[in-house]
Design a protein around this ligand. Structure first.
Ligand SMILES: Nc1nc(SCCc2ccccc2)c2[nH]cnc2n1
Length: 158
């Protein structure tokens, strides 16, 4: 029924702030989001996450510094794609976040996250990210602005 496509989403964090990027083209245009995109057939999910972060904001992160913090699945009314988004965070990285054709990076204080200019689901699962709890969420959208139904839960590590 659904054609599952895997994507990555990476958030750089420090004690007081999180790095978001304003999407300048393509999917999620003009929304603040983490850095990420498609996983190509010839790469692992982790390698794709590292590649997209470098391509989108010129920051390099080591595999060992990327932590899987969540798993999100998105379906859209009338579409057969299931977006399977693997969410990562890192607090150790190299380089200075730099604007590219794809993204304009900016640090946001945790109390000033611009949810009104982000995907509607983000305000639902960000509390888990902010509390460092591993999360799993599924969201069924009508169009790209309306969530018809969803479920989010904390995953207990094995
Ligand atoms: N936060 C968030 N992110 C995404 S897509 C993230 C993965 C991606 C996909 C394509 C290009 C770049 C990045 C979402 N989709 C529906 N709600 C959503 N929320």
């Amino acid at each position: 029924m659904y054609l599952r496509k895997i994507y990555t989403l990476v958030f750089l964090r420090n004690e007081t702030q999180i790095l978001l990027g304003l999407k300048k083209r393509g999917f999620g245009l003009n929304k603040w989001n983490g850095f990420g995109g498609k996983v190509e057939h010839n790469e692992s999910i982790i390698d794709a996450a590292i590649r997209e972060l470098r391509e989108e904001c010129c920051v390099d992160v080591n595999k060992s510094d990327l932590k899987n913090i969540g798993h999100l699945e998105f379906t859209f009314e009338g579409e057969s794609i299931l977006m399977d988004v693997r969410v990562f965070s890192a607090s150790v990285y190299e380089g200075v976040p730099t604007e590219t054709e794809e993204m304009a990076p900016k640090w946001f204080k945790y109390e000033e996250i611009p949810f009104d200019d982000m995907w509607p689901d983000d305000r639902i699962w960000f509390p888990y990210l902010l509390k460092n709890k591993l999360f799993y969420g599924i969201f069924h959208y009508k169009g790209y602005d309306t969530i018809l139904n969803y479920e989010v839960k904390e995953l207990k590590c094995m």
